[in-house]
Design a protein around this ligand. Structure first.
Ligand SMILES: NC(=O)C1=CN([C@@H]2O[C@H](COP(=O)(O)OP(=O)(O)OC[C@H]3O[C@@H](n4cnc5c(N)ncnc54)[C@H](O)[C@@H]3O)[C@@H](O)[C@H]2O)C=CC1
Ligand SMILES: CC(=O)C(=O)O
Length: 305
């Protein structure tokens, strides 16, 4: 049994599914759920606790004061997109939620990692870096790991190979300006273009389907939860067990003056390193445009911080 503790702020669809996945994967010994809706939180804890016999993880309802002491705190609290909303449309509501959550968690345990999942995740990650009191490297967002998983699946399906044989990365915003690092996409170490030559129209179709997948799920069922829970669990494992996986997560990029996703090394202190990630000219342009769209929203939010 792992002796680690993770707190999840926001016990709605995403928070509870992350809790469920962490329980099944035995990532932690103790899990704390916090929500402003006391009754919902209690019911989620009661329901989740019926499944803990599979892994012996202890789960309980807690407060921001409890979350303050956890090794990882995951923030899912906030409004979700309604059909047709972009993730950026959520900023006004979710900034206020983030502000009140972080204010209630001061001072945070100095070696804590704060993992943002609520949207717009890139902008909220940058705001949390300013408000949390933690070093920047310890505050990161789930970013485009989920988008990269979605892209990987589409390519693996097309190639009729296992997902793990494909390495595909979405970079930039977890949102509409995201871009595919096609030049770095490989299948069993071989460049994708060699294994599966695709026309530029086909590449665009795949990129658009990846970008639009969340919207189509939300249009049909109102929210997404399973993919983000699996992605967040993978991030927690890399952090808690200091596994140093290289994963696309939202983190501060000085050269782009914002938080966005590029591959980073994830260990016990959060983003513990980076590796060179070469892009072609078109991809670099797209990344810079994505950064600009995030910076534009941050500029609109300057009134807050
Ligand atoms: N980064 C990603 O890949 C993904 C992000 N999301 C985002 O996650 C967020 C949550 O989505 P859902 O769980 O579907 O929404 P939800 O509405 O089911 O849950 C949100 C929960 O936050 C709680 N909450 C609100 N204010 C709070 C506060 N001040 N303190 C504590 N709890 C508070 C609410 O009571 C509610 O239970 C949304 O912003 C959504 O866009 C969703 C899917 C994927
Ligand atoms: C909602 C969201 O951000 C996603 O599923 O990608």
């Amino acid at each position: 049994m792992s002796a680690h503790t993770i707190a999840i702020i926001g016990a709605g669809s995403v928070g509870s599914t992350i809790a469920h996945t962490l329980i099944l994967r035995r990532v932690v010994g103790d899990l704390i759920l916090v929500d402003i809706d006391d009754e919902l939180c209690r019911a989620q804890v009661d329901d989740l606790s019926d499944g803990t016999f599979l892994s012996d993880v202890r789960i309980r309802q807690g407060t921001l004061e409890d979350a303050r002491k956890a090794e990882i705190t995951i923030v899912t609290a906030g409004a979700k997109q309604r059909p047709g909303d972009t993730r950026l449309d959520l900023i006004d509501r979710n900034y206020k939620v983030l502000h009140s959550v972080l204010a209630g968690m001061q001072p945070m345990r100095p070696d804590a990692v704060l993992l943002l999942v609520a949207n717009p995740v890139d902008v909220l990650t940058a705001m949390a870096q300013k408000m949390s009191g933690l070093p920047r490297e310890q505050v990161l967002g789930s970013g485009t790991l989920l988008d990269s998983v979605r892209l990987t699946r589409m390519l693996a399906h097309r190639l009729k190979v296992a997902d793990r044989s494909v390495h595909a990365t979405i970079i930039g915003e977890h949102g509409d300006s995201q871009c595919v690092a096609w030049s770095a996409t490989t299948v069993s170490g071989q460049p994708l273009a060699r294994v599966l030559p695709l026309s530029s129209e086909e590449l665009s179709t795949i990129a658009n389907a990846t970008r639009d997948k969340a919207g189509s799920i939300i249009a049909a069922k109102g929210f997404t939860s399973f993919g983000v829970a699996a992605a967040t669990t993978m991030l927690c494992e890399s952090i808690i067990f200091d596994q140093r996986h290289v994963l696309p997560v939202s983190h501060w990029r000085e050269e782009l003056e914002c938080c966005l996703s590029l591959p980073a090394v994830l260990g016990r202190k959060g983003v513990v390193g980076g590796l060179p990630f070469k892009l072609d000219e078109g991809e670099q342009d797209a990344l810079e445009k994505s950064a600009k769209s995030i910076r534009d929203v941050m500029a609109m939010c300057a009134k807050y911080v």
